[in-house]
Design a protein around this ligand. Structure first.
Ligand code: CA
Length: 230
């Protein structure tokens, strides 16, 4: 696959390029945010360093996400939980802190690509009518969400989580099940990824009850009426 490697450090870029090439990927390197935005259209997946000379990496991540839906992994020295949460919220599929083990990063790339492919495959068979709850309408096939008739933009991963819950609104889904189905990795259960995405869904729709937390277990689509119209 064709990778876009956004990394300003030459030695790090060289090591990553070599490792990716050994696994059959072609690599385009961008040392600056400006180049990343120029090259991203051809990318099938993206590795993104946050410490860049010309633009804050999180800002670049947000801009990349407006033009590119390819799997994206942040690879950065920033290890504060706040940074990780912001990165996932801005649309990163995974977040790897430097220094990292090369084999682990390569495994994470495979996982992210696999689950992204699985999500795309699921999209093609969702031909049903939109799911309604309160004033929220979730069109799984069309990948759109409207609240009181106005479309709300979710990240791809946020939508995947919401669509998964909406596909079986009567069931409570465990964290492990959701992580396994959407992320392809139940072991992420200890991570904050899922909570961050659920928080994003609630904040962007302005419907905190849209996703119901079942404490110590998982989540369910909220089926209470959502008010909103007054
Ligand atoms: Ca850097």
């Amino acid at each position: 696959m064709h990778a876009l490697l956004v990394e300003d450090d030459d030695r790090m870029a060289q090591a990553l390029t070599t490792a990716l090439a050994q696994r059959g990927h072609t690599v385009r390197r961008a040392g600056r945010a400006l180049d990343a935005l120029r090259y991203v259209h051809a990318a099938e997946f993206v590795l993104l360093d946050l410490g860049l000379p010309d633009l804050d990496g999180l800002e670049l991540l947000r801009r990349l996400r407006t033009v590119c839906d390819a799997p994206l992994i942040v690879v950065t020295a920033r290890c504060e939980e706040r940074d990780i949460v912001q990165g996932l919220r801005a649309g990163a599929d995974d977040y790897v802190v430097k220094p990292f083990r090369m084999n682990e990063l390569m495994a994470r790339i495979d996982t992210v690509r696999r689950r992204t492919g699985a999500a795309a495959a699921r999209d093609t068979d969702g031909g049903g009518r939109p799911v309604r709850t309160g004033d929220v309408e979730i069109d799984i096939a069309g990948r759109t969400v409207t609240v009181a008739g106005a479309e709300v933009r979710l990240t791809r991963r946020e939508f995947d989580v919401l669509a998964f819950l909406a596909a079986r609104p009567d069931e409570v889904h465990s964290r492990e099940e959701i992580l396994d189905r959407i992320w392809g990795d139940a072991f992420l259960a200890a991570s904050r990824s899922l909570d961050v995405h659920v928080a994003g869904i609630r904040a962007k729709t302005g419907r905190a009850e849209l996703v119901r937390t079942v404490r110590g277990f998982g989540y369910q689509l909220g089926t209470e009426s959502h008010g909103g119209q007054r």
